[in-house]
Design a protein around this ligand. Structure first.
Ligand SMILES: NC(=O)c1ccc[n+]([C@@H]2O[C@H](COP(=O)([O-])OP(=O)(O)OC[C@H]3O[C@@H](n4cnc5c(N)ncnc54)[C@H](OP(=O)(O)O)[C@@H]3O)[C@@H](O)[C@H]2O)c1
Length: 333
């Protein structure tokens, strides 16, 4: 009998690691063999979450150090680490590797100094990594760079319009829930700062701009904001068409997708409909006064913006159905 691909998660104790873990456990064609965490090594899965001990028997192996998870020889390795940690490691020589950090998304190594603040330690390796945005990038590879959460929403809204919008006209206003900043506590993610507040940050200098530009072919003016909610992300993209019907282009691009929905005319995306799902919603509006087009994309930063997309990339690499193991929405979720 053919066994299922084995999975190791490196950095399983962070937000994206935890979300990836949950999806792997729910996936009918993947078998979890190793979970890595430097802080939880040697401890049972229940140290992360008591719900991982359903019926008294843990479904998850005991945590090992991240190095051991990396060396587990799994058919699929998810890297859920910081950009700098992921950039420094030698990826496993075999099996599919999906890096959820930004360490392998940019082709040009010099961009890392400018946007990420570190010199890429393995610049020669970057060309081997495929940018894994399944709806927009054809083909796959063994080494997959999972796109950033803001980049995913922005590119889902704009990439099908490439060639139909004025490059210099694009302004993106984006907002994300607090989990987008990761689990590690910082003054800017402290409840006392975030609650009852909305704060713009990294204005005009967010590190997802270069990966957006890499796929679109031109940069966009981008302002992220931190929202006082746990999860979910909305990118409002304001563009000028060069003539074509932009709604028609988006509807065509996602006609066959079960993950991305273009909403009917007059209907705007809502955070609450995409939270806890791996889907994205797109709304298209014409500004009556300026004749510009406003394309709004909503997703869950930890779903389509991270772990959901990572699973989609594995599904594609192994020829499983595109939505196998994904969290698709019901109604009133
Ligand atoms: N969060 C998102 O929405 C999102 C979306 C797309 C991509 N990403 C990218 O994915 C990568 C991982 O992001 P993340 O959000 O999962 O980061 P995170 O929550 O900060 O977790 C990263 C690592 O921090 C350690 N950690 C966990 N809990 C901690 C705590 N309470 N205090 C201190 N350290 C703790 C864990 O490592 P040890 O147990 O080994 O110490 C964990 O693997 C990053 O490169 C990020 O940019 C994130």
């Amino acid at each position: 009998m053919h066994s299922m691909p084995s999975v190791s998660i490196v950095g399983a104790a962070g937000y994206t690691g935890q979300e990836t873990l949950d999806r792997v456990l729910a996936h009918p064609q993947l078998e979890l063999v190793a979970v890595g965490s430097s802080s939880l090594a040697g401890r049972p899965a229940t140290a992360l979450d008591p719900r991982l001990n359903r019926n008294g028997t843990s479904q998850v192996p005991v945590f090992v150090a991240n190095d051991a998870a990396l060396a587990a020889g799994a058919d699929v390795t998810f890297l859920c680490l910081s950009h700098e940690e992921a950039a420094a490691l030698e990826p496993p020589a075999e099996g599919v590797v999906v890096d959820l950090s930004g360490a392998h998304r940019l082709h040009d190594p010099s961009q890392y100094e400018r946007w990420y603040g570190f010199t890429h330690p393995r610049p020669g390796d970057l060309a081997q990594w495929v940018y894994g945005l399944p709806e927009l990038v054809e083909g796959t590879g063994r080494l997959i760079a999972n796109p950033g959460c803001y980049a995913t929403a922005t590119l889902l809204a704009l990439a099908p319009l490439k060639g139909a919008i004025e490059p210099g006209s694009v302004v993106v206003d984006a907002k994300s829930g607090m989990t987008g900043a990761g689990r590690t506590l910082k003054p800017s993610t402290h409840a006392g700062f975030v609650l009852e507040n909305v704060s713009p940050y990294k204005v005009g200098e967010h590190q997802h701009v270069p990966e957006i530009a890499q796929l679109l072919g031109f940069p966009v003016s981008f302002t992220p904001h931190l929202l006082p909610v746990r999860r979910g992300l909305i990118a409002t993209c304001n563009v000028r068409s060069t003539g074509p019907d932009l709604r028609a282009l988006l509807e065509r691009a996602y006609a066959a997708s079960e993950v991305v929905t273009v909403l009917p005319e007059g209907v705007a995306p809502e955070l609450s409909r995409v939270q806890h799902t791996d889907t994205a919603e797109i709304g298209v509006f014409t500004d009556r006064f300026t004749d510009r087009t406003i394309v709004i994309c909503a997703e869950d930063n930890l779903g389509k913006g991270a772990a959901g997309q990572a699973i989609q990339n594995v599904n594609r690499a192994f020829g499983f159905g595109d939505t196998t193991g994904l969290r698709l929405p019901g109604v009133l979720v």
